[in-house]
Design a protein. Structure first.
Length: 238
């Protein structure tokens, strides 16, 4: 069935990802919550256009999406944590169950705009780890020939943030050729790959979101918590 909002996508309703197809009786009834980040503030930003296309696909696959706008986000440590843009980003991090990261490649690496967003997110906010156990899909746009430098770096970054990065990924070469005047991605094998990545992200999110606490539960952290509890008990008894 062709979607009016996604003219390049032909998906039958029976193909949409659902928990029952995964053999999962999910405790969560709400749509998967996906946060999307991109790495450029240019007026015609191809990482933003690709992110917006990904968001439309995710919505078609039944997810709820939010895109963070990096404009106005201060450099890490150049403003207090109470800065409204920082607070918005951290709240979205905690809201999400899965994420999409997309950055242009600049000098063989992700952009400072993208990295600054991740650097504002600590491994823990209070007792809550804002990214641990969430799913992640990575994408990049290239100004020239296809490269995988950025998606490889994003995978390392996702692992550091204790996220489950899905196997598939998207790298779009000569991105300026892949979008029309309205900012929509043209039909191509690159578009099909983005569809694959978003479909896979929804499936993995449905599979893991109600199990992430158990899957990331660690012996060393349980041991440390038990030792801290023992210290507090001993201090009270003195």
């Amino acid at each position: 069935m062709q979607d009016d909002l996604l003219p390049n996508l032909d998906v039958d309703l029976a193909d949409l990802p659902t928990p029952d197809k995964l053999g999962v009786e999910s405790a969560s009834a709400h749509p998967p919550r996906i946060l999307l980040l991109y790495g450029s503030t240019r007026e015609r930003s191809f990482s933003r256009l690709l992110t917006e296309e990904a968001a439309r696909l995710l919505q078609r696959f039944g997810a709820e999406t939010r895109i963070f706008d990096p404009r106005g986000l201060p450099l890490p440590d150049d403003a207090p944590d109470s800065h409204p843009n920082v607070q918005e980003l951290r709240e979205l991090m905690q809201w999400s169950e899965g994420q999409v990261w997309c950055s242009p490649e600049r000098h063989g690496s992700m952009t400072a705009v993208f990295k600054a967003q991740i650097d504002w997110v600590p491994l823990a906010i209070g007792a809550v780890r804002p990214t641990q156990g969430k799913t992640l899909a990575v994408m990049q746009v290239c100004g020239g020939s296809q490269s995988f430098n950025v998606v490889n770096q994003l995978r390392v970054l996702g692992r550091w943030m204790r996220m489950f990065t899905i196997p598939n990924q998207s790298s779009v070469p000569k991105a300026y050729l892949e979008f029309d005047a309205d900012g929509r991605m043209k039909r191509s094998s690159f578009y099909d790959r983005v569809v694959d990545v978003m479909e896979e992200l929804v499936k993995f999110t449905l599979l893991l979101r109600d199990r992430s606490d158990y899957l990331v539960d660690r012996y060393s952290e349980r041991k440390e918590s038990a030792e801290e509890l023992s210290k507090r008990v001993n201090q009270r008894s003195i």
